[in-house]
Design a protein around this ligand. Sequence first.
Ligand SMILES: [Zn+2]
Length: 157
Amino acid sequence: MDIVFKCPGCHQELEVDSSAAGETIPCPSCARTLSIPQPDLANLKVGIASHASAAARQEKHFAVPVSEKPVQPLIQKALPPLQAAAKDGKRHLRTRTIRHIDCREVGQDKFDQTVSEALGEIGDDNVVGLHPISYTYVEMGSQKILSDYGVIIVYKG
Ligand SMILES: [Zn+2]
């Protein structure tokens, strides 16, 4: 069963399962701390209660006590976890740079494999661009300056 009551601060109508009666929560509208009233005939949302007169309800709502108790876990559930929030709204352009020199193993060249794996991990739909790069480096053995290639993957993530 749901309890319907109004925030004493902003009069926002709130609905909560009666199992939460007596808990202290912040109003989702104005953040004022309020206590969820015990269920009674005036605020229960079922059966005859929903026909209770608006005036009777109004009185009840103003009688809701305000508690200074610290916020209860119920609130934390209402807030989206940070990670979810980041996934929802905050996708940024990112880059991944893959240099050919980092993909060489003894007797093997894993450049294509490495790039393919990176693309698969990022996902087709997230790839914005693929840019070839060239760079120079000093080869350890010969101390020669060599040039090589690589790729920068620009993606959303
Ligand atoms: Zn409020």
